[in-house]
Ligand binder design. Structure first.
Ligand SMILES: C[S@@+](CC[C@H](N)C(=O)[O-])C[C@H]1O[C@@H](n2cnc3c(N)ncnc32)[C@H](O)[C@@H]1O
Length: 461
């Protein structure tokens, strides 16, 4: 609970802090930049972007780089003030067994209380308004815990006249209580930047009474397995199932949202080639759906598990190329990968790079895992440490401090990474550098660089 005076203080602080922040010179912290190319796209200026970091800084960077007024649609699904620490599920496959451990994804506990939560969101909403184009729309996904406070804050920032809709997303999953009505919906607040906003009305089925045909003149009717229906403009109550345990979409990230939800939002409030952003990206649902609908995207998330989940999800979806930006060059929690050998081979005139992995080492004391899982991981580390590797990306022709991870290998479908990797390479030049990025199942990343000298591959960095 917060008094109305405190709420107005939040808005004042949000306004002041965002303004101060914008007037300060920007010092770039995203020193690690990599290109991931599951698919080909010529025009590099339209490559999509993922930032692992605090979205406050990400938004400042974007504003500095000319994105003011350039984004047509922003969807955010921030923490809900649930006072919970969220996890991601990690599936470990070893010795023909499968184990599931949980790893920290993000923290929705607020030591300094509700005021600090509102302040966090309020300052960021001011920056989002700056990034939105004149025809832009902002969707803020919340629930009963905070939505009524954020509505008042958003009225102040965007103007009550730009409040477009309150969407109710209703679902069946979750618990029930005998002491209150079961809580089965989230609320999405929709605000436009101005009056000339993009809005492509979408249709939904409306079943006729008794599921029988009306046969009204001029009304088109359709039939499916339930019965007769007409198509009407989408209403503001959306019944969409959550991403269930057995859903194909499921990536194991606790608060993952269904693609269907994002599909409606993106189709309605953006056009093909529009730029879309999600600054609390989680498992990356917004980017994945934007890809499918031919929109460009920018996403950010503070967590390393989110970053790993998003990269893999996009690669699996054969997405267009994207950049990943991170603040650090080498994470101090990083593990180390050891190779048995890395050599150049010539297979019937085709030049190949052969990389044979040996083992992976990591200091478990630096990782946020439960004590009960520690023993299991220790055992895996001694018996089959490579099964803790989740992703390997390789640039066989590394230049200009910008790895282009054209080759990507990742665990999926209950399969660990192969321990021998072959890469076809077109040209081999003296001093050519080979960049190898590797990420473990906890999201910790590291890299190594090799160099070609006198036809041999030697360790460089
Ligand atoms: C509810 S989840 C988003 C889930 C997402 N919509 C999906 O479909 O997977 C909220 C996300 O916000 C991220 N987050 C929280 N504070 C952040 C901040 N200051 N900057 C960037 N990301 C943040 C968390 O790491 C978490 O992944």
């Amino acid at each position: 609970m917060l008094t109305i005076e405190k709420l107005s203080e939040v808005i004042d602080i949000g306004k002041r802090e965002s303004k101060n922040f914008l007037t300060k010179p920007y010092v770039d912290i995203f020193h690690q930049k990599e290109k991931i190319c599951p698919n080909f796209k010529k025009d590099e200026s339209t490559y999509n972007q993922f930032y692992q970091g605090d979205n406050f800084i990400v938004m400042k960077k974007l504003l500095e780089e000319g994105y003011k007024g350039k984004i047509d649609l922003i969807y955010i699904d921030p923490p809900f003030f649930t006072k919970t620490k969220y996890k991601g599920k990690i599936f470990l496959y070893h010795d023909e067994e499968e184990d599931i451990i949980e790893h920290f994804a993000y923290d929705d506990t607020w030591e300094e209380g509700f005021f600090s939560y509102l302040k966090m969101l309020c300052t960021r909403l001011f920056l989002m308004k700056e990034l939105l184009s004149e025809k832009g729309t902002l969707y803020v996904h919340l629930d009963y815990r905070t939505v009524h406070y954020i509505k008042i804050i958003m009225d102040q920032i965007f103007g009550g006249e730009n409040f477009l809709n309150e969407i109710i997303w209703a679902y069946k999953s979750g618990g029930a209580s005998k002491r209150y009505y079961s809580k089965k919906h989230d609320t999405i607040l929709v605000y436009t930047k101005g009056k000339e906003y993009i809005f492509n009305p979408q249709k939904e089925k409306s079943y006729n009474r008794g599921f029988k045909p009306y046969k009204f003149k001029g009304v088109k009717e359709y039939k499916d397995e339930l019965g007769w229906y007409t198509l009407v403009n989408l209403k503001d109550v959306w019944q969409i199932d959550m991403v269930g345990r057995t859903s194909k979409e499921r990536v194991g990230y606790d608060t993952q949202k269904p693609e269907k939800l994002l599909e409606r939002i993106i189709l309605t409030s953006s056009d093909e080639d529009s730029l879309i952003a999600d600054f609390f990206a989680g498992s990356g649902t917004t980017g994945v759906v934007a890809e499918k609908l031919n929109r460009r995207w920018i996403m950010s998330d503070i967590g390393s598990l989110s970053s790993l989940t998003i990269a893999k999800r996009l690669i699996e979806n054969n997405s267009t190329p994207f950049y990943i930006y991170k603040p650090n060059i080498r994470d101090e929690r990083a593990g180390k990968l050891y190779l048995n050998e890395i050599i150049l081979e010539n297979d019937n005139g085709i030049k190949c790079l052969k990389i044979e992995l040996d083992r992976y080492e990591i200091d478990l004391n630096k990782i946020n895992i439960k004590d009960k899982d520690r023993e299991l991981i220790n055992e895996i580390l001694t018996k089959n440490s490579l099964s803790l590797l989740d992703f390997i990306g390789i640039d066989p022709n590394y230049k200009d401090n910008l790895p282009n991870l054209r080759w990507q290998y990742y665990r999926n479908n209950k399969r660990n990474l192969d321990s021998i990797i072959y890469i076809k390479i077109d040209k081999v030049k003296e001093d050519q550098k080979i960049f190898i990025r590797y990420v473990d199942v906890f999201g910790n990343d590291n890299f190594m660089i090799y160099k070609i000298k006198n036809g041999k591959v030697i360790r460089w960095e």
